[in-house]
Design a binder for this molecule. Structure first.
Ligand code: MN
Length: 715
């Protein structure tokens, strides 16, 4: 075979590829040379829309793949990724010339013959399905496809506007998400920005200008922060590197669109990254930076202890920087940084992909296995493509009814959202749920593919606590309006209960308040258009004292009673809505000693008996209260202050200890920056959802058994 003579443009591209691929061994470089020549010959004479020789495209794709340090076979396949589609070469020839694995990867990257399909959309869907199936067998297909798409997007300008928009939309919906799913963050961000540029050119330019202006005005602050960080690391004897980093335009744009913000209101445009030597240095850096600038409460995220599903690891925190500017900081080791930048590909660096068995690869394979399942559930390629989009865009979940009907719900949807989506009455009467045939909590977060069956009861009613976890607008508004109506019903029932208590405290035996007595009482009142229910409603709402009504009624019934009134404690279930409130100052939970106070137009407010707010109130204006021992659906909110010696994995250890007690963690805050030297105390405030005092005591005890923990107290 004669030597191939490259034109200057192609030769320059080839030189760049070989410079990038210099990590390969000699015989691997020889394979690369052979693949390059083969592709060059196959594409000889073809030009791109931009006028450049076609071969510059596959070479650029291979160069991108080399930047991610993939093996020689992957690079060879990248060079030849278009030969089956656009030239006369067949898969068998390719396999004979190279080997089966290279031929299979190239075949996976090739579209199907157009002839067989009625529409372009169908052809694309079918080709996409073929690629996904190939990618399940060999992940290199996916990585090369992303490099291919990246280069096509970078050189999209020469395409017709409508084709540009179609490709940009597909990139945003599928390829950017695929990159995100395997943790290739820079690819994800670049694909998003390129797609944004081609989809909304005007908005892109306006935003870019605004960002440039902003960048100039903030340059000083950024320099100050970078310097302060670096000095602080030195002071704490931590070896590390500090970098500034800007959010990509598309993510700023999405945030503005989602939250309806003006550019000037998007605060978190600039972030910082600190790269250190070891995991323990990550936690030490966190401590060091928290003594430099005040951390924003509740913004610490420990993705080192609990990595994201794409393998991403880092500590995140937000600090309040100079002139109140929020500073988002990521802290991680060099290895974590590499994985964050190249994702899956980072795990394959310098090694052949064929025998990789690290956890990240296994996770990716599991995800691909799910995709295979989607493929089996799909009737045709178009449906499969839709399924994939849903899977990649987890903003919606698809849930099945027991008879196979599909309901689309927002991400995070619970069985309650599902119940209201089926029918408002099902929602109102929902008392339980089965997810995939097993009983599940009503706050359970549903996943695509779950089959949900709602258990209803005639006298079931929505619990206002549901409002804290439902996500669909439909469920939310239905619960709200029902609860509003229920409030009167509830207040009347409470009024009745309070009146009975008052009567019992006056009289030795139970008194049935007959209609006759009610009638007399109303006449006595000398008010027009008032029913006895209105009277009870006023009692329930705290507008009238029950004891005064009870005395009058006892008189009307001809009963004698002591002036010495002794009230029995009023029973609280904790499931009440409307006219019984748990005081927001002391957050009483079942098991606490409690007292109640009737507040005008609110009803009964329950405090812990030690709450300063109830201690202030004269004792005879309060009521003894007690918890009814029933099983509760409701979760109660408590805040727990934990003071501990900061150390590696502390937050994670505490979090898993709390979860082991079946409590939900709603929030974690670090309110203060109490530090004693480098490894001093740190305070955390956990917002928890728990069922009762006993559970809280277990949580506190277990937290105290963690060696670093000094103190755990309820706030
Ligand atoms: Mn291509």
């Amino acid at each position: 075979m004669t030597a191939v003579c490259y034109d200057p443009l192609s030769q320059a591209a080839k030189d760049k590829l070989f410079a990038t691929a210099s990590y390969l061994k000699a015989d691997d470089l020889a394979l690369l040379e052979r693949a390059c020549d083969y592709a060059f010959r196959a594409h000889d004479g073809q030009v791109r829309k931009s006028g450049e020789p076609y071969i510059t495209h596959p070479i650029a794709v291979a160069t991108e793949v080399a930047l991610w340090r993939l093996d020689a076979k992957a690079l060879a396949a990248a060079l030849m990724h278009d030969v089956l589609e656009d030239t006369g070469v067949t898969k068998a020839e390719l396999a004979a010339e190279f080997d089966d694995s290279i031929a299979n990867v190239v075949d996976g990257l090739s579209k199907l013959e157009k002839l067989e399909y009625a529409s372009q959309a169908e052809h694309q869907a079918e080709s996409f399905r073929k690629m996904v199936l190939a990618m399940v067998k060999d992940l290199r297909v996916l990585v090369i496809k992303l490099a291919d798409r990246l280069h096509n997007m970078r050189t999209l300008d020469s395409m017709r506007p409508e084709k540009r928009r179609r490709i940009a939309k597909e990139t945003l919906e599928i390829y950017a998400q695929l990159a995100n799913r395997i943790g290739m963050n820079p690819v994800y961000r670049e694909l998003q920005d390129l797609a944004f540029y081609h989809l909304y050119p005007n908005r892109y330019q306006v935003l870019e200008r605004a960002l440039n202006k902003w960048r100039k005005s903030r340059r000083d602050v950024v320099t100050t922060v970078l310097r302060a960080f670096t000095t602080q690391l030195v002071a704490f004897n931590i070896e590390g590197q500090v970098k500034g980093r800007e959010k990509n335009l598309y993510s700023i744009f999405s945030k503005m669109r989602e939250k309806q913000l003006h550019f000037s209101e998007v605060m978190d445009i600039y972030g910082f990254r600190v790269i250190v030597q070891s995991v323990s240095d990550c936690y030490r850096t966190l401590g060091a930076l928290h003594t430099l600038y005040k951390p924003r409460p509740g913004k610490i995220k420990d993705y080192i202890a609990i990595p994201k599903s794409n393998g991403y690891q880092s500590l995140h925190t937000t600090l309040i920087g100079p002139s109140g500017l929020p500073l988002e900081v990521q802290i991680r080791t060099r290895e974590m940084d590499e994985i964050a930048e190249t994702g899956m590909a980072g795990h394959w660096m310098y090694k052949s992909q064929e025998n990789v068995r690290d956890p990240a690869s296994i996770r990716t394979h599991q995800w691909l296995q799910n995709i295979l399942d989607l493929q089996e559930d799909s009737d045709n390629a178009m449906e499969f493509l839709e399924h994939i989009k849903v899977d990649l865009f987890p903003s919606e979940v698809y849930i099945f009814t027991p008879n196979g009907k599909i309901m689309v719900l927002p991400r995070g949807a619970t069985p309650i959202d599902f119940a209201y989506a089926v029918h408002t009455d099902i929602g109102h009467h929902c008392v339980g749920a089965k997810v995939n045939n097993a009983l599940a909590p009503l706050r359970y977060q549903l996943h695509t593919g779950d089959t949900v069956e709602i258990i209803t009861q005639e006298n079931g009613n929505p619990n206002p606590a549901w409002l804290s976890f439902v996500v669909s607008a439909r469920a939310r508004s239905a619960i709200r309006s029902r609860v509003k109506n229920m409030n009167r019903h509830d207040a009347v029932a409470l009024g009745e209960k309070l009146l009975q208590k008052a009567l019992q405290s006056l009289l030795p035996q139970k008194l049935m308040v007959s209609d006759d007595i009610k009638e007399k009482y109303l006449i006595d009142l000398q008010k027009k258009n008032i029913s006895f229910e209105d009277v009870l409603f006023d009692v329930g709402m705290g507008r009238t004292l029950p004891i005064s009504i009870a005395m009058r009624i006892a008189e009307l019934a001809g009963e004698h009673f002591d002036d010495q009134v002794r009230l029995n404690p009023i029973k609280i279930t904790g499931n009440e809505s409307g006219s019984v409130h748990l005081a927001p100052c002391c957050h009483p939970i079942p098991g606490d000693e409690i007292r109640a106070v009737l507040i005008q137009d609110q009803g009964l407010v329950i405090h812990r008996d030690t709450c300063p707010n109830i201690v202030k109130i004269a004792e005879d204006a309060t009521l003894d209260a007690d918890w009814e021992s029933i099983s509760r659906q409701r979760q109660f909110h408590v805040r727990l202050l934990v003071s501990a010696h900061d150390g590696q994995g502390l937050l994670a250890t505490m979090a898993s200890s709390i979860s082991a007690n079946q409590a939900n963690i709603e929030s974690v805050e670090t309110p203060s920056q109490k530090q004693e030297g480098t490894d001093g105390f740190i305070e955390f405030i956990f917002g928890l959802q728990i069922t009762d005092r006993e559970q809280l005591e277990h949580i506190t005890r277990d937290l105290m058994s963690i060696p670093q923990v000094r103190k755990a107290t309820r706030l």
